[in-house]
Design a protein around this ligand. Structure first.
Ligand code: N01
Length: 533
């Protein structure tokens, strides 16, 4: 059995940084494990055609902690393609000499807390064990692929690929009739690319989506120079402004006439990216009237972009704009103007079953050679429940989280001392910049470890009271918005039987101030234990 100060599970953005910070900044012995064969986490697995950053701008979907790293990495495009993000993470791993402490191709199958030793022991699918005082779970918010369970789906004789588990060897669509289920971010990115090559694509859509034009373009030298020179200010601004360094508008809808508002939406639309959502007027996520107006504006754009009115009708979303993950598209709607693309609206024509040759819907049989499942993930809680750590008294996380993903600060779970989650349920996660969020959460973990060390303590844990209060706070913040009105993965609505609970803290900047205050205040509200040895 190997012994360490800390074990990190995962080597995506979160795990890589945790390894670097805990090992190189505070001097712990750290071992990381990853089921993948290389670093990258989400970006290692999600290599479907068209996969790219759908955040406002590549340089800010990146680590912020090292000016040298910022200076030396050349972002090529405003919305980087998956190979570029993966190359960046590989560069980070090499530059900070991280791979020597990561064991790849190793799935952690179990993690148990030993109260008498104040340590965690993990087991791997290779039959190895290792122990550490601290367990850092950077297991990924989008790791556990969600697959639909339609009758007969396993009888389908053709090739099946899930976008979240895309093969590493090239996938050819040439001459193939491809069926795609799912029109979230992954489906909307993949469908235009698949359609360029396939003989025919049939898209099976359950919920039409709002998508805004990404307007991806090459980054200029000037832009790169500017953000490098201003990095400290930009980072500070990211922390203060909810993860992105862009000022948001103070304009209220009542400041303009309906015609002026329409002109402003058009301007934001032309600018592309998330501008329409974050910069048009205050209150897009809370003001139903404003949201309805923007929803209708985006629907009007869909009608303009899709030639066949009946297809356009099927593509019109009817939930509140931006209350499911907002999507940036690269020619998605125009794809339906191609002769080789058919849309099946599952609301009118549901899937009944699969057979060896394809899909039977109410209206007929769709013969396909390949099935692409862009059906998303058991998001945020799924990877922790798959790990299913056993805390005090051997209680498993699956037992503990049967009804609610109880935890404090999205990071610590009562009964699981010295276990920390990065981007756990209730953390800002995707509602903030994930790389910076991981840095800030790791800094908090490091402070907790240093606090224990400085005070002769062996374990830190949260309480059920703190969990209840924190869970209520996360829900209350979400309930002040329109988000909970949508059947989104944010609400756990995409996985049958999953507790319906908002999975993210919507006020990232406030959350990270709260984290810093807890650390500065000596971890008041947390339960600590004297070191037993
Ligand atoms: O998954 P999703 P995703 N029958 O859950 C449908 C991030 N991301 O992989 O909307 C039929 O959003 C489901 O329908 P509905 C990003 O945070 C980032 O696309 O639930 N359809 C939906 O259309 C994103 O939000 C990037 O009714 C079924 C789709 O499948 C998150 O990952 C790129 C079904 C799933 O959409 C997840 O996105 C890609 C069923 N049984 C993703 N079950 C970046 O570029 C599900 N669906 C950074």
């Amino acid at each position: 059995m190997r012994h360490y100060d800390a074990i990190v599970i995962g080597s995506g953005f979160g795990g890589l940084y945790a390894l670097h910070h805990l090992r190189d900044q505070i001097g712990l012995s750290v071992q990381a494990f990853d089921a993948a064969s290389g670093v990258g986490g989400t970006w290692w697995y999600n290599r479907y055609p068209g996969a790219r950053v759908d955040a406002p701008s590549s340089p800010f979907y990146a680590y912020t902690f090292s000016q040298e790293l910022v200076d030396e990495w050349e972002w090529k495009e405003t919305q980087s393609a998956q190979p570029d993000v993966l190359a960046y993470l590989e560069h980070v791993a090499e530059r900070f000499d991280l791979e020597k402490d990561i064991q790849f191709d190793t799935f952690v199958t179990d993690a148990r807390y030993d109260e008498s030793a104040q340590r965690w022991t993990i087991e791997t699918d290779g039959g190895e064990s290792a122990s550490a005082q601290f367990l850092i779970c950077a297991t990924g918010a989008l790791f556990v692929a969600h697959k639909p369970n339609y009758p007969g789906i396993d009888d389908f004789a053709g090739v099946v690929h899930h976008t979240g588990r895309w093969p590493h060897e090239p996938v050819s669509f040439e001459g193939k009739r491809v069926g795609v289920i799912g029109t979230g971010s992954s489906g909307i990115q993949a469908i235009p690319e698949i359609a360029k090559e396939a003989e025919h694509v049939t898209v099976f859509q359950r919920t039409p989506q709002y998508a805004l034009p990404a307007r991806n373009r090459p980054m200029t030298d000037d832009e790169r120079e500017r953000f490098r020179n201003d990095w400290d200010d930009l980072r500070e601004s990211m922390c203060r402004r909810g993860g992105w360094p862009f000022p948001t508008t103070k304009l209220k809808p009542s400041d303009h006439t309906p015609e002026e508002r329409r002109a402003r939406y058009e301007e934001m639309w032309q600018e592309g990216g998330m501008h329409l959502a974050i910069n048009s007027y205050r209150g897009v996520y809370t003001d139903e009237e404003l949201n309805n107006e923007i929803s209708e504006f985006v629907r009007s754009k869909i009608r303009e972009r899709v030639v066949d009115p009946e297809t356009a009708r099927k593509l019109l979303p009817d939930y509140h704009f931006a209350t499911k993950r907002l999507i940036l598209d690269n020619g998605y709607f125009e794809t339906y103007n191609r002769d080789n693309v058919t849309l099946v609206d599952l609301r009118d024509d549901p899937i009944e079953s699969f057979d060896a040759g394809g899909v039977q819907t109410g209206a007929g049989h769709h013969q396909i050679d390949m099935l692409v499942l862009a059906t998303g993930f058991d998001a945020v809680s799924g990877s922790m429940l798959k790990l299913n750590p056993k805390g005090r008294g051997g209680v498993s996380l699956q037992q503990k989280w049967e009804e609610r993903f109880a935890n404090n600060l999205g990071m610590m779970v009562e009964g699981y001392p010295n276990m920390f989650m990065i981007h756990g349920p209730g953390a800002p996660g995707v509602f903030f910049t994930m790389p910076l969020g991981a840095e800030l959460q790791t800094a908090w973990i490091a402070s907790a470890i240093e606090h224990l060390d400085a005070n002769g303590l062996g374990a830190i844990e949260t309480t059920t009271e703190a969990e209840d209060a924190y869970g209520d706070e996360v829900s209350a913040i979400a309930n002040r918005t329109l988000y909970p009105t949508a059947n989104s993965w944010y609400m756990g609505a995409n996985v049958p039987g999953k507790p319906r609970e908002f999975l993210g803290h919507l006020r990232g900047s406030q959350y990270f101030q709260q984290l810093a205050a807890v650390a500065d205040g000596g971890f008041e509200g947390f339960v600590v234990e004297q070191r037993l040895d």
